[in-house]
Ligand binder design. Structure first.
Ligand code: MSP
Length: 520
């Protein structure tokens, strides 16, 4: 396999202390879009997601639920797998940190760090937040209105004093700064990279990487009194998914050098500071890219269980339909920025871009073909220059999409595609095939063919974001399933005159005041 042809994309693995919410669905959805795009573009893709099942937080939640940690993890982890089905995620694997293969990988990472002299035993005395599963320096904490110290995330902290193994993080600062300066850009968006750089430039302290005050975790090899800090355990899932410690394994060699981690901004420090340092220290390649996305608020307010405004992705999909939700989340907010969720915004975005711009166009073109061309793809005459340009521009979009997705700019890809949806709408309105019907039926046929061919190309490009609806549109255009990859975008796979088309059907719902009706 050539170097270029492999792509390894990972979502964070989710804590099982809570059921899935919109934030979880969002991160994995972005990975799914990137994975689907690369598969259609001919890459060998591995897309990994999973659940983070160890640690004090999960142990506590299990006890509160009256279950053993194992039973509790099985139950909640299953909800995350259900989410993958409900959201049509195309993950190739799902890692659970309680699996044997993961425990093996995690302990092997530890052994390598130890063998390289990167770990020492000492004592930790400092602040810890169970909710964040993170250690904090006192200087990072703030007092709340009751005078209690809080983590920057708002989570409670507790004083911890216990024996602990440490990772010599402090010696990796210079090397990390070099890593951030390398190309392709290691950390995106750029503003986040700058934050991470400043954090490293300010000087790194050694990192506590084991705990002794509870037992739900991976034992430290050779010292059962300690369990491995849950973040070291969690981060090593990315190695597990690539077949580590079997480094001769074809999977590891193929995928590891290409790994891209998509994470939320809250967990960037773990992925862009601790993780590359740990990998370098263990003699492994650091990630090719870490991309941090922003956070959703709900109607302007922070999403939290205590405010009771958590958005349930399962309900959202029931209410608006899967592809509307997928499109909205990927298009509404530039990937990397924070964004606000509101029902009004979903309705506006989906009615405008989907029901009107794309849905109506498809419906108009396909129903004119059904009525005026006996339901078969019409013959076409010589195309006018502007028609050739239109089709060539849509084919050429692929190159733009590749550039956008190289930087994980999924919104920019959709923006570029929808500019062409608008161009096809403009073309169709000006060409007025309904007038040509009476005056020049050959020209009408040509216009309908051009519009249908434009739709075929657009649908192929939109598949990563809305796989189901675009499959339906491509079915309506009678595009065979083995001709839906990006190498079929051009003329060579154009729709063939004479092909019989199924009866057209609306592909997107139109929402009115929360209720939906089929788009006309
Ligand atoms: N278990 C760790 C990750 C370990 S990865 C080696 C973890 N899990 S989590 O379940 O708390 O959350 C994971 C992801 O959900 C993060 O990427 C986080 O940014 C994302 N989100 C949680 N709430 C969110 C929003 N309100 N909006 C967008 N994403 C948010 O952290």
């Amino acid at each position: 396999m050539s170097e270029k042809a492999a792509y390894y994309i990972t979502s964070p693995i989710y804590y099982v202390n809570d059921v899935p919410h919109i934030g979880h669905a969002y991160t994995t959805l972005a990975c799914d879009v990137l994975a689907r795009f690369k598969r259609l573009d001919g890459y060998e893709v591995k897309f990994l997601t999973g659940t983070d099942e160890h640690g004090q937080k999960v142990e506590k939640s299990a006890a509160e639920a009256g279950l053993s940690p194992r039973e509790f993890c099985d139950k909640v982890s299953a909800r995350f797998r259900d989410l993958a089905t409900a959201m049509n995620f195309s993950n190739d694997d799902f890692v659970r940190t309680t699996e044997e293969r993961h425990i093996t990988a995690c302990q092997e990472l530890w052994r390598r760090l130890e063998a390289n002299g990167e770990i020492y035993l000492d004592k930790y005395a400092g602040w810890y937040s169970v909710r964040d599963e993170a250690f904090y320096a006192e200087s990072e904490l703030e007092k709340d209105e009751n005078g209690d110290l809080k983590a920057p995330s708002g989570a409670a902290v507790e004083w911890v004093e216990e024996p602990s193994y440490f990772f010599k993080l402090s010696k990796w600062g210079e090397r990390l700064l070099e890593y951030y300066a390398e190309t392709p850009e290691r950390v995106l968006p750029k503003s986040r990279r700058n934050e991470v750089k400043s954090f490293v430039e300010a000087g790194l302290k050694d990192l506590s990487i084991s705990r002794t005050s509870f037992s739900w975790g991976v034992p430290v090899p050779g010292d059962d009194d300690h369990i491995i800090y849950v973040w070291i355990d969690a981060l090593s899932n990315y190695l597990t998914g690539a077949g580590f410690p079997d480094m001769d394994d074809a999977d590891f060699k193929t995928y590891w050098p290409h790994v891209i981690h998509v994470v939320g901004k809250d967990i960037l420090r773990f992925h862009a500071v601790y993780w590359p340092a740990l990998l370098l220290a263990a003699g492994l390649e650091p990630p090719r890219r870490v991309f941090a996305h922003g956070w959703w608020t709900n109607e302007g307010r922070k999403i939290s269980k205590s405010l009771g405004n958590v958005i349930d992705p399962f309900r959202l999909v029931e209410e608006y339909g899967l592809d509307s939700v997928r499109y909205f989340l990927m298009r509404e907010v530039p990937f990397g920025n924070d964004g606000d969720f509101s029902r009004g915004a979903v309705v506006r975005r989906c009615n405008g871009d989907l029901a009107n711009d794309l849905g109506n166009l498809a419906q108009r073109v396909l129903s004119m073909i059904a009525k005026n061309c006996d339901g078969t793809v019409p013959e076409h005459g010589e195309l006018e220059a502007k028609e050739k340009d239109l089709l060539a521009t849509i084919e050429g979009l692929l190159a733009d999409c590749r550039v956008h997705l190289e930087g994980q700019a999924i919104h920019a890809m959709l923006e570029a595609i929808w500019r062409q949806v608008a161009a096809v709408n403009g073309y169709f309105s000006v060409a007025e095939p309904w007038v040509l019907k009476k005056t020049d039926s050959d020209r009408m046929n040509t216009v309908l063919w051009v519009a249908a061919e434009a739709l075929r190309r657009l649908a192929i490009l939109i598949q990563p974001v809305m796989p189901d609806s675009m499959a339906r549109l491509l079915d309506q255009l009678a595009v065979p399933e083995d001709r839906r990859r990006f190498d079929n975008l051009g003329e060579g796979s154009a729709i063939e005159p004479g092909t019989e088309l199924p009866a057209p059907e609306a592909i997107f719902p139109r929402f009115e005041g929360g209720k939906d009706q089929a788009a006309g």
